[in-house]
Write a protein that binds this ligand. Structure first.
Ligand code: ATP
Length: 143
């Protein structure tokens, strides 16, 4: 079966390296499925749980906090601001980050609406990072 090399790098380490069958990511332009021999591409990634499909049909989830992805026909490189495999995710920490972000966002909704506010955007991004970690560990969370 055709495979493509995937390397996920965070600022302090190589988080994941493996020959895979397919990678499904959420880019700044929407969801993308990358198969072997994909056309060259560079795109931004939003916080989410990436889905790695292996040759044996298994699927692995990897949380990415944001960053960039470069694709060549032979290799996918993800340069992440942070990325974790499920085993390395502290679920309680992610739950706390989720609750903190939700609380901050709720406070913004009580005040005058200003979706351009930088603190609002930061809270939204923190929420999405926490959701990515909870999704990657298949942890339930509300809404
Ligand atoms: P927190 O508010 O809990 O710090 P965060 O979303 O602000 O979360 P990041 O800035 O994305 O955190 O990441 C900072 C560092 O902490 C990175 O090295 C990241 O891998 C690690 N990290 C963040 N949250 C977790 C978690 N729940 N489990 C394991 N590592 C985490």
């Amino acid at each position: 079966m055709a495979s493509i090399k995937l390397e996920i790098v965070s600022p302090d380490k190589v988080v994941y390296t493996q020959d895979i069958a397919m990678l499904i990511v959420r880019s700044t332009g929407g969801e993308l499925g990358i198969l072997p021999h994909h056309a060259p591409l560079v795109t931004g990634l939003v916080p989410h749980a990436m889905r790695v499909k292996l040759g044996d049909g298994d699927e692995q989830l990897i949380a990415v906090a944001g960053g960039f992805m470069e694709v060549t026909p032979e290799k996918i490189t993800v340069l992440a601001s942070a990325a974790e495999q499920p085993i390395d995710i502290d679920i309680n920490r992610a739950k706390q980050a989720y609750a903190r972000a939700k609380e901050r966002i709720a406070k913004f909704h009580q005040g005058p609406p200003d979706s351009d506010d930088i603190d609002f955007k930061r809270a939204e991004l923190a929420l999405h990072r926490a959701m990515a970690r909870l999704q990657a560990t298949k942890t339930e969370f509300e809404g």
